[in-house]
Design a protein around this ligand. Structure first.
Ligand code: SF4
Ligand code: SF4
Length: 478
């Protein structure tokens, strides 16, 4: 008997195909009510949140050598980082520092995935603090969900007000502390507390207060999902040995509920009891059992949640765990490889960059000089027949203290004199001084129309601090 394969006509309906179809491209954000969870990894996160917050708020108040230790003083164009003072011409060092920070992040990502996102990123840290305030004001996950649906009452209004007051307090403190990195924090505090704050200072403080309130209070995971570029491109840094958080579907599936005290084998199921706890604790609202997703910030809340469920069921922990793609899929030799070519590459580049930066900083001379020729007149002939050249010197004392400096000059193959020598100049810490310099030579000693000259500045009492610049001594052809 001949068999027929069943078929279905899938060609478009000639009537419908010409009718316009309405497709809604806007998906409304589903509010996420993440359940609070405690556990090993959440303890680490709490510790890192405490350290990051303490550093952020306390650093501007630390003094170093009689000034604020970390201060990016934009109006004066002086950037202080503990014992270093950077001026605009040292911007190269700051750029270098940022490149090193970026490479460190790349190396950490290759090794441990999104550990930065989960444990130390300011967005994560501040969101965690805001979620804690929310929980204190409005209750646990179920209470918050009920409160959201409930009509506005005095009780709901009070709870909401307490929450927003808490958020605004933290946001204001954040705005104030942030501006304290750019203007002396003690002056800022005094001006704020006496109501004498400069308009722009107040504007930027309120701007960062608003940004903190919105980002950590309202937008939360939306910042990670739609605004953070790092979240998008970091997956290209992953390799098959990068640490990821993953559900072990070999062990967990098939999922299903069962009575406590029964084994998975009794029920013909895997170890996942399909309780949904890993989803309820997730701050980005995803289900880790669906595999590796870009929304996962690796906060490890699902590990702690699932471990507590496994404990209650009497099953082994680690159904959701830190692992690698190779270990999970049992590919390769089944071992975890700590040293991989990509990680070695990043670490080598880091060691070279950090060593070069340290060498440049340690050997950096805190003094600079530049000589500009007086363009109005190339040279002058004095009444006694000598040849005179004039220059404008720009000298910068990059040291942390004021000091006296000696100005000297010499020319290749001929003597030159400085009227009124020895010339000293006093400069405050960080001061950029402008000073004119005149050099005189005897025409009988001049062998060329253009003779190289060397101008040297030396700090009094410390000959290791000296800077040199070159220019030329011009004269009429002999
Ligand atoms: S899936 Fe797990 S690790 Fe990833 S964001 Fe959600 S709770 Fe955190
Ligand atoms: S918490 Fe664990 S047991 Fe519960 S649904 Fe998630 S993976 Fe399954």
């Amino acid at each position: 008997m001949s068999q027929q394969i069943p078929t279905r006509d899938l060609s478009p309906d000639p009537v419908k195909v010409h009718q316009p179809q309405m497709v809604d491209l806007y998906a409304k954000r589903e509010k996420i009510h993440a359940r609070a969870i405690s556990g090993f990894f959440q303890n680490i996160r709490n510790a890192s949140v405490t350290v990051v917050m303490a550093l952020f708020f306390l650093l501007p108040w630390i003094n170093w050598d009689g000034r604020q230790a970390v201060l990016f003083n934009l109006p004066e164009r002086h950037f202080y980082i503990f014992w270093w003072t950077f001026l605009p011409q040292d911007f190269f060092f700051l750029s270098w520092l940022f490149i090193i920070a970026a490479f460190t992040l790349f190396a950490v990502t290759v090794f441990a995935g999104r550990v930065w996102c989960g444990y130390t990123c300011p967005q994560t840290v501040w969101t965690k603090v805001f979620m804690w305030i929310e929980e204190k004001a409005e209750g646990n996950r179920n209470a918050r969900m009920r409160l959201d649906k409930a009509p506005m009452t005095v009780g709901k209004f009070t709870r909401r007000s307490i929450k927003h007051a808490g958020w605004i307090t933290v946001a204001l403190a954040t705005g104030l502390a942030f501006i304290g990195y750019f203007t002396p924090v003690r002056d800022l505090w005094h001006q704020t507390s006496t109501g004498t704050l400069d308009f722009w200072m107040g504007f930027w403080m309120l701007f960062f207060t608003g940004a903190t309130y919105l980002n950590a209070g309202w937008m939360r995971e939306q910042v990670c999902l739609h605004m953070c570029p790092y979240g998008r491109f970091q997956s290209v840094m992953f390799d098959r040995d990068t640490l990821i958080i993953s559900y072990d579907n070999h062990r967990g599936d098939p999922r299903g509920s069962r009575k406590r005290g029964t084994t998975s084998a009794d029920n013909g199921l895997g170890d996942c009891i399909d309780c949904g706890m890993c989803v309820q604790v997730c701050p980005t609202g995803i289900d880790i059992r669906d595999g590796l997703q870009f929304e996962c910030i690796q906060c490890a809340a699902c590990i702690d949640a699932c471990d507590s469920v496994m404990d209650q069921m009497g099953y082994a922990r680690g159904l959701v765990k830190y692992t690698t793609e190779n270990l999970l899929e049992q590919t390769g030799d089944g071992k975890y490889h700590f040293l991989r070519p990509r990680l070695i590459g990043y670490c080598t580049a880091l060691v070279i960059m950090i060593s070069a930066l340290l060498f440049a900083l340690i050997t950096r001379v805190p003094l600079s000089v530049e000589a500009l020729r007086d363009r109005g007149q190339l040279y002058r002939e004095t009444v006694d027949g000598m040849i005179e050249n004039s220059y404008t010197l720009k000298i910068q004392n990059k040291a942390q203290t004021a000091g006296d400096y000696l100005i000297e000059a010499s020319a290749d193959g001929m003597p030159v004199t400085i009227p009124g020598a020895p010339i000293h100049i006093r400069m405050d810490a960080g001061e950029l001084a402008t000073r004119s310099l005149t050099l005189i030579a005897n025409p009988d000693d001049i062998k060329s129309t253009s003779v190289p000259v060397h101008i040297v500045i030396t700090r009094d009492g410390d000959s290791s601090v000296h800077a040199e610049t070159k220019n030329t001594f011009l004269s009429p052809r002999q």
